[in-house]
Design a binder for this molecule. Sequence first.
Ligand SMILES: O=C(O)CCC(=O)C(=O)O
Length: 285
Amino acid sequence: MTIDAATPRITGETLPADQFRVHRSEHTVDVERVLDVLHGRLAACLVRGFIPTAECATITRNFWASAHRVPRYGEGAEGVEAYVLGASHIETSTSDYLDAVDASRDGVRALYANTGNPITRLHTSLAQRMSVARPAAHAGRQAGDSKAVCWNNNSGEFLLLPHDDLAQLSDPLQKDFEVQRVRRVMAVNAYPDVPGDSGQLKLWNIAPDERTRAALGLTHSGYPYPPDLLDGHPALTVPVATGDLCVINGNLVHAVLGDGSSSGRSRLLLTCFTGMAGSEFVWWT
Ligand SMILES: O=C(O)CCC(=O)C(=O)O
């Protein structure tokens, strides 16, 4: 895009330079640092080897064998193509989302058949530090615990364009859903299969404000921020690999990088969103 005086700048909150970093650990989650991400004091935590090798292999096999895996077709040049197993709350009403959770529950359970569930393990670790930790809920119905995604976009610079995870919570279709009380999203991402260098995560030190989103027409989506507009903001790249867990401050703009080849086409992500609804820790997909 051409940047001229009429092009909006991306303005918003930033983390202090010493907090805009990735905390790394091996195999075990450093719960204190994950709480720093949750509460907006740290950009990300990367846990190498969080998912044991055999568990990665079983989940990956279960995903590709599943009859519950569905293709998602993107619309237009910025459309998001993927294979997905599990429900997504994005651009849907609360009741349709909860219907999708119910419809996909058996499929998601089967994803973890004969093996462990890394997302549930993280929830359990964090629950020990919370008075309440639970799936987000509405009218007695519960949000999903996790979904599995394989991005299937033409791998140019990005497998998934720059976006934030907060804006989508403001969708008027979900005004009855308690996730709209969450002010900071922590995205939980676990990787049973990352071929080669595909799908590294890039984070920019900017949590866009509402004025920026409105100017770009992204008020309820937070997707996609034009990459050129992010150039002046400090950025870091997280080289995720098979077996890793990475939690990120989802209010910050982030993207999934392509490697210019088709190797990203089998990269498998297990994910959910989390945040504090008042004093309660909740998650949804
Ligand atoms: O694929 C990933 O590693 C992260 C995906 C992501 O940012 C999202 O689903 O919002």
